[in-house]
Design a protein around this ligand. Structure first.
Ligand code: SAM
Length: 213
């Protein structure tokens, strides 16, 4: 089943600006009470697709700002009628702020965020103190943030920021897996960068405190 051009692909694909501005009720959204994990900046959705097939007892929400890319991610789920994965097209910062209930998320995955290489563009990077606070807000206590990148200086910034964030503790980094086939990578970008011989920096952090104003 291929998504025809113009196909809306509801409920696999939604656009955030067409949704009611209120925190999602996950039980209503996914039709069950299973834990929810976010794939932020999910790109073409390899992680959302593979993880949702491998873990049917977990619900996955991919968030992607670029609508065409979000459609590609949703197409993978639509074609296979995957019940436990959905995509919302829109800006992750707005979606985290307006559509995700605080303390309602089991894990957040943030893989290969746009690096914005040029010095004058670095301020556009998504992973900032404010973003870490947003992640801390939406995670449940004990929830995990996973973030990988091939950009060493960005990973140093992320690691330093998370190390000093009072709501998180740093966990040991996950081991590198040897892929068995072309879809056996965490994400499309991991596949691309590993094939180019790049080093991948992998981090995991656990929420250990609630926010105290
Ligand atoms: C380098 S790609 C990585 C995609 C995927 N995570 C992977 O590893 O293959 C970064 C993705 O983040 C998306 N993105 C950038 N800023 C975003 C934002 N504010 N909200 C949601 N998605 C965003 C981009 O459109 C792009 O698809």
């Amino acid at each position: 089943m291929r998504a025809p051009p113009g196909e809306i692909m509801f409920p696999w694909l939604r656009r955030s600006h067409e949704m009611e501005i209120k925190p999602l009720d996950w039980a209503e959204f996914f039709g069950n009470d299973n834990p929810v994990e976010l794939d932020i900046g999910c790109g073409r959705g390899l992680y959302t697709w593979k993880a949702s097939e491998a873990n049917p007892q977990i619900n996955y929400l991919g968030i992607e700002r670029d609508y065409k890319t979000a459609r590609r991610a949703a197409g993978k789920l639509y074609k296979r009628e995957i019940p436990n994965a959905r995509i919302i097209a829109g800006d992750a910062r707005e979606i985290l702020d307006k559509l995700i209930l605080n303390g309602s998320v089991h894990a957040a995955h943030f893989y290969f965020p746009d690096p914005w290489w040029k010095r004058k563009h670095k301020s556009r990077r998504l992973f900032t103190d404010d973003f870490a606070d947003q992640i801390a807000d939406v995670l449940q206590m004990g929830g995990i943030l996973h973030s990988w990148t091939d950009v060493e200086d960005y990973f140093e910034v992320i690691s330093a920021l998370m190390k000093h964030h009072v709501q998180f503790e740093t966990l040991p980094k996950p081991d590198e897996k040897t892929p068995e086939h072309d879809f056996d990578y965490q994400t499309s970008f991991e596949r691309k960068k590993r094939k180019e011989g790049e080093t991948i920096y992998r981090g995991r952090w656990k929420k250990i405190n609630e926010r105290h104003e």
